[in-house]
Design a protein around this ligand. Sequence first.
Ligand code: NAD
Ligand code: MG
Length: 294
Amino acid sequence: MADINDPRTLHPKIDPPQQEQPHPGLDKRLEPKADLGLESYEGNGRLTGRKALITGGDSGIGAAVAIAYAREGADVAISYLPEEQEDADVIIKAIEDAGRKALALPGDLQELAQCEKTVADTVEAFGGLDILVNNASRQIWHDGIGNIPDEDFDATMKSNVYSSYRVTKAALPHLKPGSSIIFTSSIQAYQPSPHLLDYALTKAAMNNLSKGLAEQLAPEGIRVNAVAPGPVWTPLQPSHGQPPEKLEEFGQHSPLGRAGQPAELAGAYVFLASDEASFVMGETLGVTGGTPTP
Ligand code: NAD
Ligand code: MG
């Protein structure tokens, strides 16, 4: 890499060809391929010896964070839906190639028992837990509130809000001072798209929950923060995450003029998990390509 890089061109502007995948979608089938940092991320020992759990760590942003955490020295458990095993296999191998312990946790986090098992299995395999990244989410677009089937609304609330809340609750008894919890919000928390009403409200909830919990847990030495991504090229988008026409020129309306790649999110999650962020609590770090997160 050069000494200095222009963020406008560091990653290409993408014009994805027409494509659709069944939910939850696979990184493996994305066209063009997303950049998870597999070729580029270099660790600097910033998370040496930590034990991390990343929900939805099989693909997209969660996968980029899993790769980065392992290369920074953490053991990493990833949860995902059973249909995503092929993507998960790639990330498990990347964690092991970094010389760290990996744990694969397939299962549906809409279920309370699965949320609790995900934490229990991680603690058992790694002998503890210090970093929790609540990243799993479901995004299905609908043309108007009247067209959101109640079951869909329920599945989105359960996958996004309930899962983050329940996994966090199960993790808390295991977290020591110095631990870090990171929620994944979105630009949608501030500028909800009309076709993503249910999803957008779950992302606003992530900000609210992280701020309330940050204040509650600061006296225990546990830091809680959130990351709010802008448009990032991941399998969430072509698996009914956007109407097909919104995928054309994806992300080109951001001030930077292009979509983000998952690899560009990893640094924010590494920072918030590491001791460099020891005085950072209740913050939402926007990684949006220039759209303000007020
Ligand atoms: P992604 O599809 O790669 O990751 C989301 C993951 O969530 C899936 O891989 C899946 O394993 C998991 N998941 C969904 N429902 C689940 C369930 N019921 N049980 C278990 N796991 C479940 O997409 P991504 O874009 O990398 O999404 C990661 C996070 O980033 C999400 O919280 C999303 O809301 C947020 N985000 C993404 C964008 C974007 O433009 N891609 C923008 C803002 C916020
Ligand atoms: Mg996935």
